[in-house]
Write a new protein. Sequence first.
Length: 326
Amino acid sequence: MATCDVCGEYENLPYQCKRCGQTFCAEHRLPENHDCPGLAEWDDPGGVFDSGFDESVEGESGGGRTGGGRSGGASAGVVDRVKRRIDRETGTGGVVGYFRNNATYALLLAMWVTFLLQWAVTLTLGEAAHSQIFVLRSEAVANVWTWITSVLSHSRVGLFHIIGNSIVILFFGPLVERAVGSKRFVGFFFLSGMLAGLGHVLFAIATNAPPTGVLGASGAGFAILGVLTVWRPNMQVLLFFVIPMKIKYLTWGIALVSAVLVIQSGTGGVGGIAHLAHLIGFAIGLAFGKRNEGLARSAGGMGGVSMGGARGPRGPGGPGGPGGRF
């Protein structure tokens, strides 16, 4: 189920425009019914409407031909040009093209693949190798590859860590991605995750805390929630899939609890949870959301986030297809 980007009505079987990437109900699914920006592209005189028939007729008028052969050749040329144009507009662009407008799902896939790799490395090379490859540690900050791998890695003690982060990213990631674009969303995801992790371990170093490590996409997940706290503070969410509340109460409540735990512990983490990393990610999200409020408003007509509405959150929907940029 998703909501129509024009009228906001819920649609059990939504339609997605391949040209602009928006989601629509049956009434607004046609390009002319939702003012699709892709319609303007068909005014290109060098595109499909450049049939070439005039050239054929003009060239044959002096030769006295009936034009049967030339006309057939021109028609074939038009068909070829139309096919090439359609392929260019609707083709996937190869394997990478599938992830255009679907960066959220690509990141989720990368997280789960990394999770399997963590187990493979641990079982074959040992715990020390796993730590060197996947964990951002205060005593090994110079291992720059862990700045990235730690964002995709998760605790191997049960599945709660990776499942919890996956739920947040799955439901809320597409809302931010549709507003800012896939390429920018990926950069925001990794940058917020890296800064959250680095902030946690650098705090431990500065306070002479015992050696500590951090891993997980929680910092990036809280950054996504921070963005939506600015863009749609009154958006209704379901805590534990049961308790309805506005997202601003949920995020600020978690931030307050995390801040109290950080102050009490003095180490940035309690019970194996990097609360300081959560706070840093949330702060990055708030700043990013505030800086890009105008972009979010303008994206409202392109499958983005409607500002300040009181409607419930849009479901994750299906993959966006090859319509956007990656």
